[in-house]
Ligand binder design. Structure first.
Ligand SMILES: Nc1ncnc2c1ncn2[C@@H]1O[C@H](COP(=O)(O)OP(=O)(O)O)[C@@H](O)[C@H]1O
Ligand SMILES: [Mg+2]
Length: 319
């Protein structure tokens, strides 16, 4: 089976010298949920925006491979990628108002997607919109179509965003922290919805989160990002059973474990912050926060293959 999305050695730099993404490789298989996890500032959004060709002006992107199905995204003209975006590859954001226009009704915005990509009539577009609102669990979809975004709660808006992303039957959905802005109950509902849609529609889902709890619920595969790099990638079961990179272990210590962590008890956390990395940086960017840091961590860091689908970059070879 070929991946829906394949990225090899993606690098993204900004004009101020920030190396935001450094040698990222990942693949998303059909029907699979691949989670990218890491603290804020690790390069998760920049990776996603690279795929969608939505990087800010001035950003420099290079990759050995960046392929969506048979489309070579490294060579495709901007206007051709724009045609895929919102069509066969769609993205949803943390803040639904990034994508929803406050000035238009829900129905009008959803129908417009289909008009643009499929040249169907407004009436057909509205039918499809109502159908999808129903599918994402919105009752009385007909009424909602006539409403404006500000008339909906945050959770409903996020459902509308998801429905809108599904208008053209995407094969790849990139969701960038889709539940971070929501309260815990609504967050659980949206995650359940994403999971069931993903299974029903056979979507390849690239789910970005800073929360390993979300990963545990959703992922088949995981890429852990730190300071622009994927420091560990693994099958989700292997990652939770035998996390190899000290950063992954640090993140896991922050996750409440049912039965072990008493409610209200403070969670472990990794002291320090994600450093901003400039071009030409050598060594492990986590070394200043790592309990196992050694002189070797200032040099080239080896890539260790712990099993056919479990890799990490660390001087401790994952031991
Ligand atoms: N437009 C920009 N100009 C300069 N640096 C940026 C820009 N956008 C993001 N960055 C930097 O790139 C790094 C990765 O950012 P981002 O991908 O948004 O992180 P994440 O999504 O993991 O929180 C951060 O250091 C961030 O400050
Ligand atoms: Mg982000």
């Amino acid at each position: 089976m070929r991946p829906v999305l394949e990225i090899t050695n993606l690098n993204v730099g900004f004009p101020d010298g920030t190396a935001a993404v450094r040698g990222v490789s990942l693949q998303v298989m059909p029907g699979e949920t691949h989670c990218v996890v890491g603290e804020s500032g690790c390069g998760k959004s920049v990776t996603a925006l690279s795929v969608m060709n939505l990087l800010p002006r001035g950003a420099r992107r290079s990759a050995d491979v960046m392929r969506f199905h048979d489309h070579d995204l490294t060579r495709m003209a901007d206007r051709h990628i724009a045609r895929l975006r919102g069509d066969k590859m769609a993205m949803i954001f943390q803040e639904p108002m990034t994508s929803l226009n406050p000035a238009y009704t829900i129905g009008s915005q959803m129908a417009e997607v289909l008009e643009r990509h499929r040249h169907v009539s407004r009436a057909k577009g509205l039918d499809r919109a109502a159908e999808l609102l129903g599918k994402v669990g919105i009752t009385a979809p007909g009424m909602r179509l006539g409403q404006y975004p500000h008339q909906l709660s945050g959770g409903l808006r996020q459902r509308v965003m998801i429905a809108m992303a599904l208008m053209c039957d995407p094969e790849l959905l990139i969701a960038d922290e889709p539940t971070t802005a929501l309260d815990v109950t609504v967050q659980a509902q949206i995650l359940r919805l994403l999971k069931s849609l993903q299974q029903q529609l056979g979507l390849a889902l690239l789910l970005i989160t800073h929360d390993l709890g979300v990963v545990a619920r959703m992922a088949q595969r995981v890429s852990v990002m730190y300071a622009g790099q994927v420091v560990e990638s693994a099958d989700a079961k292997a990652l939770f059973a035998a996390p190899a990179h000290p950063y992954t272990r640090g993140l896991l210590d922050c996750v409440p474990i049912p039965g072990k962590t008493a409610p209200g008890e403070p969670l472990g956390s990794i002291p320090g912050v994600v450093p901003r990395i400039g071009e030409g940086y050598v060594g492990c960017a986590f070394r200043d926060r790592c309990a196992y840091a050694a002189p070797a961590c200032k040099g080239e860091i080896p890539r260790n293959r712990l099993s056919p689908d479990h890799e990490t970059i660390c001087t401790r070879s994952g031991a």
